[in-house]
Write a protein that binds this ligand. Structure first.
Ligand code: SAH
Ligand code: SF4
Ligand code: F3S
Length: 509
């Protein structure tokens, strides 16, 4: 049987109705499926730190003459995981492909946060089937947060047998072994650890561009907000050691990076897991601000753990940016309780008050979920009133999406979808109204812009971001790309600013 016949057989097989239990016998190679139940456990064992990641000698030429392509869905954490996987591919000798058509290995780095995120991935899995039939030697893999869900893994095994590998968020460093297994095996390779998580250091990272870099400071989440899948897909909160982070940021500064974003699902819990050290995000930022890099930001903050030490350090300014993303989710204390956010409206507003008092120019943005199970009109109105009171610059807004395995998914919900959609629309018009007002205030002002490149719509125009993450389009010389320049804002739109360059590159520090 040739490769193509084998594949067609497998694909034909896949439409058979088999019970989930039967399935494991078809996977004799690596078959380690996920378990959301195991992923929920939070034990007392210490986090395992592995500092010696390296590519095994026997795999070093695995990618010679081959190309990889990674499609990324979801948050910055996933974007950065893609950079790590790209780094591993390069170390294995692969080259980047321009698209799926010229790739020998395709990975879908997936997101499980809402149902429509998952639907997009299943759409793409379907689209890749003809390509796989045409090129049986092509390897197609699914990784990221969706791989941590057993329902997803079962569905792929039953309906999408053209997928060669499924591996989880804790298995990224095992990419060389997983690829090797997939080349050798005729079966789908499934390797998903549902553990609490380790910290692996010395991973290669192929960052895109040379100006803005993401740096993980911690992994996982222990908050277990009742609607959220992340604590199950990303394991327990575990922090990287400060010296590792400082070393990485120093290295990026030396390479000429202009902006660093510190990453974690809940960065304000940084350091809480250290048994031998009393050290938090404030302490880390206080060290990082001394590094010669123009901009340092962090995401995402959880209001519950945002402490006075951090506010005090952020108030020192310098390269610590005063744009704070502070997801509130709802303006109603009752809904916040149902969400298990562990703060109420009053405490959130108190925190906002403290931040604004200490950092007068602070810009706040947020995330909001509408239509949480049984949210009443009055409770939704409280979200609108809180939004007005805080006057956020902008917000990511979502309709609640039930995630299997989370407590909220089991709640009865009496809010019709129509009502949820209407609430989202009302919220979005408020978000737009306040954003437009805030943007208008920029007209006539001079802002500092880190220039990323040509504008998407017009190559004669340059585009970049201000310290407060506003997108600015302006006329300027190509030599400004990769630099921080001063731009005078001439016209504000709801989401972008238009201007002209006021001054060449700014020397920082
Ligand atoms: N760790 C961050 C959020 C990460 S997820 C925090 O706690 O702030 C990004 C956003 O997706 C969340 O802030 C929330 O607004 C939204 N979200 C998460 N789960 C969701 C769900 N089940 N339905 C709709 N939106 C959700
Ligand atoms: Fe999800 Fe809550 Fe953790 Fe954010 S803090 S990742 S919303 S559980
Ligand atoms: Fe999505 Fe996972 Fe990030 S669920 S939002 S990719 S942590």
């Amino acid at each position: 049987m040739n490769e193509k016949q084998r594949l067609e057989n497998t694909l034909a097989d896949s439409s058979d109705k088999k019970s989930e239990k039967d399935y494991s016998k078809y996977f004799q190679a690596v078959y380690m499926p996920p378990s959301l139940k195991d992923a929920k456990k939070r034990g007392k064992e210490d986090v395992k730190y592995e500092s010696d990641f390296s590519i095994p000698e026997e795999f070093k030429n695995m990618g010679d003459g081959k190309k990889f392509y990674i499609r990324t869905y979801g948050c910055q954490m996933n974007e950065h995981d893609t950079e790590v996987m790209a780094g591993i591919f390069l170390a294995l000798g692969y080259e980047p492909a321009d698209g799926v058509e010229d790739a020998n290995v395709i990975l879908l780095n997936t997101c499980a946060i809402r149902e429509n995120a998952e639907n997009k991935v299943f759409g793409e899995i379907g689209h890749l089937k003809p390509l796989k039939l045409e090129k049986p030697d092509l390897l197609v893999g699914v990784c990221g947060c969706m791989s941590q869900e057993e329902s997803v893994v079962n569905k792929i095994m039953q309906k999408h047998a053209h997928i060669d590998m499924i591996f989880g968020t804790h298995n990224i460093h095992r990419l060389p072994q997983i690829l090797n297994e997939a080349y050798l095996s005729k079966e789908m390779v499934v390797e998903v650890w549902s553990k609490e998580g380790d910290v692996i250091e010395n991973l290669p990272r192929a960052r895109k561009g040379g100006t803005k870099g993401w740096v993980n400071i911690m992994y996982g989440c222990d908050k277990f907000c009742t609607y959220c899948i992340v604590p199950y897909t990303r394991g327990k909160e575990r922090s990287r050691r400060p010296e590792e982070i400082i070393h990485e940021v120093r290295g990026l500064a030396a390479q000429g990076y202009k902006e660093i974003t510190l990453l974690g699902q809940n960065v304000n819990a940084y350091g809480k897991d250290f048994a031998d050290l009393t050290y938090g995000l404030g302490d880390l930022m206080d060290e990082l601000r001394k590094i010669n890099i123009p901009r340092i930001r962090f995401t995402t903050s959880h209001p519950r753990d945002f402490d006075d030490r951090l506010i005090e350090v952020l108030a020192k300014g310098g390269n610590l940016l005063d744009h704070i993303h502070l997801p509130v989710q709802s303006g109603s204390s009752e809904v916040l309780k149902m969400m298990a956010r562990k703060y109420d409206r009053e405490r959130y507003l108190e925190l906002v008050g403290k931040i604004k008092a200490a950092i007068p120019n602070a810009t706040l943005t947020t995330d909001i979920i509408v239509g949480f199970p049984n949210e009443t009109d009055e409770q939704f109105e409280e979200t609108l009133s809180l939004y007005r009171e805080v006057e956020y610059d902008s917000a990511y807004t979502f309709i609640y999406s039930p995630r299997e395995g989370t407590p909220a998914a089991k709640m009865q919900d009496n809010v019709p979808m129509e009502v949820k959609k209407e609430r989202l629309q009302r919220l979005n018009s408020l978000v737009n109204e306040i954003s437009a007002k805030k943007m208008k205030e920029y007209e006539g002002r001079v802002v500092e812009v880190l220039v990323e490149g040509e504008s998407k719509n017009n190559p004669d125009v340059l585009a970049g971001y201000t310290e407060k993450s506003k997108l600015v389009n302006f006329q300027g010389p190509k030599s400004a790309i990769g630099q921080i320049v001063k731009v005078k804002i001439l016209k504000a739109k709801t989401w972008t600013l238009n201007g002209e360059m006021a001054e060449e590159a700014i020397e920082v520090n």
